[in-house]
Design a binder for this molecule. Structure first.
Ligand code: SF4
Length: 356
């Protein structure tokens, strides 16, 4: 880590903030939230800078009804639930997969969607339901898995999808904040897939300075510096890409083609936020035979949450975890009530560990 470069960035941020009383900057994704806490970034910033966490933690945004469906499916005969690790601890309306496990019924944790192919091949008499969560980052690998299943004629795989898209939820965030955000730190991994232009709408349509950033301390401080510099110089808001080592203008064309072949955008339910138009990826008609919602007659967009958790406000940057009355009382990492306390990238879990 180049200490002198970092110290120049910090001095630059303080200089730019000399005449600005307060600036709210949102880091959109959970990986940034985690890095910001891990590197102690708030401790070197002027007090006027308020960093808000956004809706970019995949586990946190999956609605309670998604977990309810997964628990119901797990209890059915001849169904195997395969999922990424964090999902097993997330509670639905009543319970989680982990708390529902029995001697014979338990979720299988996978590290890659491609492992699901092997599980399905080894259990031809069962249906393997994969809980497909994530954003534009995980969607290509899930699409690849479905394409492989098709090519290898593996028909006992179903996908229960809670894949979400960034632009529609960022539009909702901006609407909620009504001009009070000074800038956005955009997720570098999403941009690596979709290309830098994916976030062009932020300055062009919403007049908000936006920086595509990587995940180390210099990246994040660099993004904050560019945002405050743009504000103090009264410049027209722009989109900047300081993660060029991974993010190109157009992104990963192969990954985008895969996604386009398998998925289409549809309205999606977000935990504590509600339905957002065109914010979810669901399977296209030609892949319907792999769709768990279709095959098991589930509502494709679930039902609204009925929980006491403040995750919705936290994901929108309208509350901090400390403002939730359950924080560190009925909700902690060892006994999470809401999803934001489960994932290492969830705001509540990060806040609990680092007390921002
Ligand atoms: Fe939800 Fe727990 Fe966070 Fe409160 S502290 S918002 S209950 S995850």
């Amino acid at each position: 880590m180049d200490r002198s470069y970092i110290s120049k960035l910090i001095k630059g941020i303080w200089a730019c903030m000399a005449n600005i009383e307060e600036m709210k900057i949102m880091e959109v994704c959970g990986t940034h939230t985690q890095s910001i806490a891990k590197y102690g970034i708030p401790s070197v910033l002027p007090p006027g800078i308020k960093l808000l966490s956004g809706p970019g933690c995949p586990v946190c945004v999956a609605p309670a009804s998604f977990i309810d469906d997964a628990v119901r499916l797990m209890m059915m005969d001849n169904v195997i639930i395969a999922t990424f690790g964090d999902m097993v601890r997330v509670k639905g309306t009543e319970t989680s997969l982990d708390n529902s496990r029995t001697k014979d019924k338990k979720p299988v944790v996978v590290y890659s969607p491609l492992e699901v192919l092997e599980i399905a091949e080894n259990n031809r008499d069962k249906t393997v339901v994969f809980l497909a969560v994530g954003f534009e980052t995980t969607a290509p690998a899930i699409a690849a898995m479905i394409r492989h299943a098709e090519e290898k004629a593996i028909h006992n795989i179903n996908v229960l999808t809670s894949i979400r898209l960034m632009p529609p939820i960022l539009e909702r965030v901006l609407e909620k904040h009504d001009g009070e955000l000074g800038g956005m730190i955009c997720p570098g991994h999403v941009a690596a897939v979709m290309g830098q232009e994916y976030f062009r709408f932020l300055p062009d349509k919403h007049d908000i300075c936006s920086v595509i950033s990587g995940f180390d301390a210099a990246d994040i401080l660099g993004a904050i510096y560019l945002i405050v510099q743009s504000k103090c110089g009264d410049k027209k808001p722009e989109l900047k890409n300081i993660y060029k080592r991974c993010v190109s203008f157009n992104g990963n064309e192969k990954a985008k083609l895969l996604m386009d072949d398998v998925f289409t955008a549809f309205k999606g339910l977000w935990r504590g936020i509600g339905l957002v138009s065109d914010s979810a990826l669901v399977l296209k008609e030609r892949y319907m035979k792999y769709d768990a919602a279709y095959n098991f007659n589930l509502s494709p967009w679930g039902h609204e949450d009925a929980m006491e958790c403040s995750c919705g406000d936290i994901l929108m940057g309208k509350k901090t975890p400390g403002e939730c009355r359950l924080f560190d009382a009925a909700c902690s990492p060892t006994n999470p009530y809401g999803p934001c306390m489960v994932s290492a990238e969830g705001s509540c879990s990060v806040y609990y560990r680092y007390r921002r």
